[in-house]
Design a protein around this ligand. Structure first.
Ligand code: SF4
Length: 459
């Protein structure tokens, strides 16, 4: 299978300078708001510790909590299904919809259904799927996947959205007023809510003790998706479990603060039983999660609550855009999850990181993200999945770094090259570094030359 070329896709993203600058600024703004909100809670670090401990405890007792969750949900009148992988998940959902003669499904945002490619699967079988989250709907209408797990259309300018709506739902393509755009989407989606025979949600949290699914939104679209149709379905990744309802407070206090820099989402909905005269189904999905749970170095990634903060803070994500990762999950969390789905296809992604550790610092459940990225690089090299050019470059670098004499010569040659070579030779198509920035000027004296001159003569 062909490797995703993140560097190539990123270079296209940064060619559109106004988009790239806007993207970087907007996400950094979210990061700053997140800092303000987290600093306003003196107990923030304590919450992080608790959140991490709750998740680790749940994951290490997952089978028990899953059984408890299933039993509680069944006692509440919910039908529970288990899906080993994406294909089984899609099949179960389709069979439910087909059995009820469903032609239209309204759906709240769910990264799990993106992971399973549910929408094309159902559309190929004649079922109209309407995304009801504003950002997700923009992406659906533009025939693009979400580029961010919390803000799916974050890479688009308002004028892009006006163009997409003008092209697809007949609004004025020159009007990019946010209220006009949001209202247009509202008017476009409402009839689908009223007419849809089935509704679907994902899950932010699933409470084992009560069998409840909790969804956090700012638009209320999950509630409309679940409150109007006669058939409702929740797709739940098995890692979403938490033991008790009292644990929810820890995560709810952190999720929106860390994601968007707001104290809480507008709406936190608890779904726990079908309305009278309706049917409710849960589909519990594994799709590689059990296998990941068994990976000594990588199981911590299952603690993720999908807040997106690691993406907002990552200098590579901010400057390359989510779509350049070519995967459902992008940014630092994507870089450590995606190789578990397909090592070869995503083997370039762990190299799309500066390893600066900022992702780890902002993670509310204390996932050691940058250490896992570094570990993936080792795994990829050990399993011979490095592209030939990189492999050879590393081999040469290894030789140079192993020899002090060669290293000194190389540093001096590079410094002389930067200082004296003509610009056209430095800024050539092979110099990816120089595409978007100036190569820093070389110091007149290397540290070693200074040391020998000032502190001693030992070579
Ligand atoms: S890895 Fe941590 S910071 Fe990143 S999305 Fe998941 S919970 Fe948020």
């Amino acid at each position: 299978m062909k490797r995703i070329d993140h560097a190539e896709a990123s270079s296209k993203f940064i060619e559109a300078t106004d988009h790239a600058e806007f993207h970087d600024r907007r996400l950094w703004d979210l990061r700053k708001k997140r800092d303000r909100e987290s600093e306003s809670l003196p107990e923030w670090q304590e919450l992080r510790g608790l959140a991490s401990a709750i998740k680790e405890h749940t994951l290490t007792h997952l089978a028990d909590y899953l059984e408890q969750f299933e039993a509680a949900a069944q006692a509440n009148g919910i039908v529970v299904h288990w899906a080993r992988d994406a294909a089984e998940h899609n099949q179960i959902v389709h069979e439910l919809l087909a059995a009820h003669g469903v032609k239209t499904l309204v759906k709240a945002k769910s990264m799990l259904t993106e992971e399973c490619d549910l929408r094309p699967f159902l559309e190929n079988r004649g079922i109209l799927v309407v995304e009801t989250d504003l950002g997700e709907r923009i992406q659906q209408l533009d025939d693009e996947p979400p580029s961010h797990i919390v803000v799916p259309a974050v890479h688009k300018l308002r004028t892009d959205v006006a163009e997409v709506f003008g092209r697809t739902i007949g609004t004025d393509p020159t009007n990019s007023d946010v209220h006009y755009l949001a209202e247009s989407q509202r008017q476009n989606t409402r009839p689908h809510f009223v007419g849809a025979e089935a509704g679907m949600i994902g899950a932010n949290f699933a409470v084992a003790e009560t069998g409840t699914v909790v969804v956090c939104t700012n638009e209320g679209n999950a509630d409309l998706s679940m409150h109007l149709p006669k058939l409702t379905i929740a797709s739940i990744g098995i890692e979403k479990l938490i033991p008790r309802i009292e644990h929810l407070g820890v995560f709810i206090r952190m999720l929106s603060r860390n994601a968007l820099g707001s104290p809480i989402t507008q709406i936190t909905s608890h779904f726990r039983a079908p309305r009278p005269g309706t049917e409710m189904h849960y589909v519990l999905v594994d799709n590689g999660r059990s296998e990941r749970l068994g990976m000594e170095d990588f199981w911590y990634s299952l603690k993720c609550i999908r807040c997106g903060a690691c993406m907002n803070t990552c200098p590579v994500y901010r400057r390359s855009g989510g779509l350049s990762y070519g995967a459902t999950y992008s940014g630092p969390i994507g870089v450590i999850i995606d190789p578990t789905f397909n090592l070869r296809k995503y083997s370039n992604l762990p190299f799309a990181s500066t390893l600066n550790g900022s992702c780890t610092n902002v993670c509310p459940v204390k996932i050691n993200i940058h250490e896992q990225i570094y570990k993936w690089r080792q795994v990829i090299a050990e399993r011979h999945q490095l592209p030939m050019v990189k492999r050879e470059a590393m081999r040469m670098a290894g030789k140079v770094l192993a020899s002090p004499k060669m290293y000194r010569l190389a540093v001096e040659a590079a410094a002389a090259g930067i200082s004296h070579l003509p610009r056209t030779l430095i800024y050539n198509p092979f110099n990816a570094w120089g595409k978007q920035r100036e190569v820093p000027g070389a110091a007149k004296q290397t540290f070693r030359q200074w040391y020998v001159a000032n502190r001693g003569t030992k070579q």
